[in-house]
Design a protein around this ligand. Structure first.
Ligand SMILES: Cc1ncc(COP(=O)(O)O)c(C=O)c1O
Length: 459
């Protein structure tokens, strides 16, 4: 019997072995090294001529790869903005692979309807108005690309050019932003406007938030008929929020497309009494958010919301006779960069079913409390300086001793295997960032981190 048929014969015992390994990994996450530094490599080997079968291949994974996997889904991985994976989302992700649906066009499966329902639930989770709709993406980067593609199409429409159909031609587009995430610059490169072409709006003092009067002056000075503003709801270092209410007003006045990058900041809408941070977001034309960050679903999952599905459709739709299936449901390939698409709605659907709005409110609230506790400890410490107040889930700080090399301190902290932190820049100085966005993190983890910070700075 061929290896592949043999594997199918033994699928139950193979699946049991993998499920056992995954359950153990999940249980052991808090005690695994948080990160594996030093670029580990698999053993040198040529491609197999004859396959080993899944059981042997899995054994090689366990021996050669598993020991060097990061514990990034664990509670003390505070680098970047990294979510973990909820039990329900993990199980759902297995189902995605087992059922291998292609959420491309509706008509042969319930999967498109599930994506539609999931998007409706996400809009409810974030208390966004019903005139938004959306699509699930591979992450916030691709959501930012979709946002700028739609913005570009809108600017073309204003100038009588169908850019998706005919190319950019003579259309003029000015893009304004104060503190765009690097992925928006990448998006600018992808859409042909150029990564260095964003017109920089100054920030407010000691902040990454946009100086709105400065935006007004720049919009007024622009003679481009097409205008786009990329606003931030939660910048990646300072967690600053642009004043979306005022920016939306200006966008209306200057007929500019408003795209809001709220990759993790959108989750602030779950916090009691914090809707003011994102007030005005309901006036945005498009919004980016991430699933693999604070929603704690596996990579890769992002969200793109827009009030202009027709523009999104103009940008993404492909016509080919074999794709011509009329259905009341959207063909999500006409709303996405990819044609063939993973059933990434299922982990979102299942985790929202499993834990509900309240479950997520608790995760977000707890993470913000943990960030506040760390910020508080740093403020009390003689050895560290908190560089900016902690507004949400990110803490930005540096050691007080000017002689202390931050890179060395960071390496020593990360080499401990107890925590993983990443660098940042604040007001032109090097900083350390700690971002809390994992459902597993507890106050006990914060205590471990504080103790480690005290020990390592003293070394
Ligand atoms: C504000 C913001 N936008 C966009 C991104 C890009 O997200 P992703 O890596 O999921 O594409 C990030 C990631 O940290 C972010 O913080």
């Amino acid at each position: 019997m061929s290896q592949i048929k043999n594997d199918l014969e033994n699928i139950t015992s193979l699946a049991d072995a993998v499920a056992k390994w995954c359950s153990d990994f999940q249980r052991e996450l808090p005690t695994r090294p948080v990160a594996v530094l030093g670029n580990p490599q698999p053993p040198q080997a040529q491609l197999q001529q004859q396959g080993l079968g899944a059981e042997q291949a899995f054994a090689q994974f366990v021996a050669q790869i598993a020991p060097s996997l990061s514990g990034s889904a664990g509670p003390r991985y505070l680098g970047f903005v990294t979510g973990g994976v909820t039990p329900a989302a993990m199980l759902a992700d297995w189902l995605v692979s087992a059922t291998d649906q292609n959420v491309m066009v509706p008509g042969d499966s319930i999967s498109s309807a599930v994506e539609q329902q999931t998007i409706e639930w996400l809009l409810q989770l974030f208390a966004l108005p019903e005139n938004f709709t959306g699509t699930l993406t591979t992450g916030a980067t691709s959501a930012n690309i979709l946002g700028l593609l739609c913005a570009r199409q809108h600017c073309g429409d204003q100038q009588g050019v169908d850019i998706a159909r005919d190319g950019i031609g003579d259309a003029k587009i000015d893009v304004f932003s104060a503190c765009p995430h690097a992925s928006s610059k990448k998006a600018m490169a992808f859409i042909g406007l150029g990564r260095d072409s964003i017109i920089t709006v100054p920030c407010l003092a000691e902040s990454e938030a946009m100086d709105v009067p400065a935006l007004k002056s720049l919009l007024a000075a622009s003679n481009s008929p097409g205008k786009v503003v990329i606003a931030s709801a939660g910048t990646v270092t300072g967690t600053d929020f642009d004043d979306l209410q005022q920016i939306a007003q200006l966008c209306k006045e200057y007929q500019a497309w408003l795209h809001v990058d709220a990759a993790f900041g959108l989750f602030s809408r779950l916090l009691t009494g914090q809707l003011s941070l994102t007030a005005g977001i309901e006036h945005a034309d498009s919004i980016t958010c991430d699933g693999h960050k604070w929603l704690n679903v596996p990579y890769d999952c992002g969200m793109f919301f827009t009030k202009h599905p027709e523009t999104l459709q103009q940008v993404c739709s492909v016509s080919a006779p074999y794709l011509d299936i009329s259905n009341a449901l959207p063909a999500y390939m006409d709303r996405s960069i990819e044609n063939s698409r993973r059933f990434r709605a299922l982990p979102v659907w299942l985790t929202l079913k499993a834990y509900g709005l309240e479950g997520y409110r608790n995760i977000v609230t707890d993470n913000c409390d943990q960030a506040a506790a760390l910020a508080n400890w740093l403020e009390q410490s003689a050895d560290y300086e908190l560089l900016t107040p902690c507004r949400l889930n990110v803490v930005v700080f540096k050691p007080n001793n000017r002689q202390r090399d931050i890179k060395k301190l960071l390496t020593s902290l990360n080499q401990s295997g107890q925590v993983y932190l990443t660098p940042g820049m604040w007001n032109g100085q090097q900083a350390i960032r700690a971002a809390f966005s994992n459902w597993r993190t507890s106050m006990q983890d914060v205590e471990i981190v504080c103790q480690l910070l005290a020990e390592k700075v003293a070394e």
